[in-house]
Write a protein that binds this ligand. Structure first.
Ligand code: PHE
Length: 455
């Protein structure tokens, strides 16, 4: 019998912890700014409602039914026919596990800098000096010293998460999510309101909420879909893994819907907090990956207690990213443990060290390795785009094929209805079935092909 989450709330917190992370507070605002604002958000929301919620349900269902690691789940539930699908999914899972550490490293870096700012020159009132250093840290790292720092923080992040996974995931995640998520949530609401009063912010709000439908193209749709997968950890094996830890009678439909809603609310509020601030600062909206990090010190620079709030913000961001990284590591570790018959400790050390090597390459791709470009992208951007736009959606589609075409319908329905809460309505189950069996596989495949053509 596999270990399971201690309660329904525990499962919920773990899934929300996996979902809410840098995807919401870093990747979503950054993508929104690059892909035209309101239009991107609308397409993203459509994906969340029609694709992500059913798919999240499908993936937790696969995990809970199989009661194995995510790779083996494909093999087991398809009686060997889809073994390769699990292996494909594991590659995406490993890639995201490594490159995510770089952004996690940025969080630690900025946290240190905000503390240094408070204690040093800046004191409680000035963040200006901090802003200038921030601009050099993310996006481009011109000097060796910056690269060394980036590598160092990347490794600190990876090793810390590895250590937490060795100790055992569930308790730590459940406790930290219970406290940190609500605090981070309140903090970003507070900041979003604050940002609205900055001069120039309204232009940013218009960018966020006034769509320009003429800008729609294959690239935007693919990016929005990739983000809908990334943000909810779909197609990454993490949801299947956590699904396998879910208790027998917890309602997977309810938990999935709740997780998707919380994650989306986080993402939208994060954008309302970040994009108008970027406009108010007079920065280029499409200026790159560092957009969230650069704009935050500015928002805090002229409010009383700003430097302290900034520290709180980075602590929250760090915790959110740690709980997401842990869900990725855990998916790899569960696989290695069961496949190579290793102990949790041995498997975690192996996965963490291997992921760290790739993470360092990603970190260096902003500095000394920036000349290495594949398909016009540096290593970091390549890992990011390959996972979100290709590996996750393809694995997601394979999951829906497993549910819709390979597994017996009565097993799927039985798993959906196995709950101590009110059972899902017949029509809901029917809709779920039609979406997973036909709509997601067809649409997602079409979007991937179209997106690749228009690259
Ligand atoms: N969903 C996480 C986030 O938004 C990222 C993630 C991707 C986590 C894949 C697990 C697996 O930050």
């Amino acid at each position: 019998m596999r270990e399971s989450f201690q309660s329904k709330t525990g499962a919920l917190l773990a899934l929300v912890g996996s979902a809410v992370g840098l995807g919401n507070l870093w990747r979503f605002p950054y993508m929104t700014s690059q892909y035209g604002g309101a239009l991107f958000i609308i397409i993203y929301l459509l994906f969340i409602i029609f694709f992500s919620i059913p798919l999240f349900t499908a993936e937790t269902l696969i995990g809970r039914r199989a009661q194995t690691n995510a790779c083996e789940a494909f093999n087991k539930l398809s009686h060997g026919k889809m073994r390769w699908a699990g292996s494909f999914g594991m590659i995406g899972c490993f890639l995201v596990t490594s490159y995510y550490c770089v952004v996690g490293g940025w969080c630690i870096n900025y946290l240190f800098r905000s503390v240094a700012n408070l204690l040093g020159r800046g004191g409680l009132s000035g963040i200006e000096s901090l802003q200038t250093t921030f601009v050099t840290v993310s996006g481009s790292l011109p000097q060796w010293s910056e690269s060394v720092q980036s590598v160092l923080f990347t490794l600190v992040f990876a090793l810390t998460c590895g250590a937490i996974v060795i100790i055992g995931v569930k308790k730590g995640i459940e406790t930290s999510c219970k406290w940190i998520m609500p605090i981070l949530f309140l903090l970003i609401i507070f900041m979003a309101i604050r940002v609205m009063f900055l001069p120039g912010a309204m232009e940013g709000m218009a960018f966020l909420f006034r769509p320009d439908f003429s800008c729609i193209n294959g690239k935007v749709v693919m990016a929005a879909m990739g983000q809908a997968f990334f943000s909810l950890s779909l197609g990454s094996m993490a949801v299947i893994t956590y699904g396998s830890y879910m208790r027998r009678d917890d309602s997977i439909g309810q938990i999935s819907t709740f997780t998707a809603f919380s994650d989306t609310i986080f993402a939208v509020i994060a954008s309302v907090m970040i994009i108008p601030a970027v406009f108010a600062m007079g920065l280029e909206v499409s200026q790159g990956a560092g957009v969230s990090f650069i704009s935050m010190p500015f928002v805090f620079s002229n409010i009383p207690g700003g430097p302290v709030l900034l520290i709180l913000f980075f602590i929250g961001l760090l915790f959110a990213s740690v709980s997401s990284e842990i869900s990725m590591l855990e998916s790899n570790v569960a696989y290695v443990m069961e496949k190579l018959k290793m102990s949790r400790k041995g498997a975690t050390i192996l996965v963490t060290l291997t992921a760290s090597v790739f993470a360092v390459l990603c970190a260096l791709s902003f500095g000394p390795l920036s000349h290495i470009k594949i398909l016009d992208r540096n290593i970091f951007d390549l890992f990011d785009a390959a996972t979100a736009n290709i590996f996750f959606p393809v694995t997601g589609v394979l999951g829906t094929i497993l549910i819709g075409w390979v597994m017996k319908k009565e097993h799927v329905v039985a798993e959906l209805s196995r709950t101590s809460s009110p059972r899902p309505h017949k029509t809901t189950i029917k809709a779920f079935y039609v979406i997973t069996k036909y709509i997601i596989p067809i649409m997602v495949t079409a979007i991937i092909i179209n997106g690749l053509i228009s690259q």
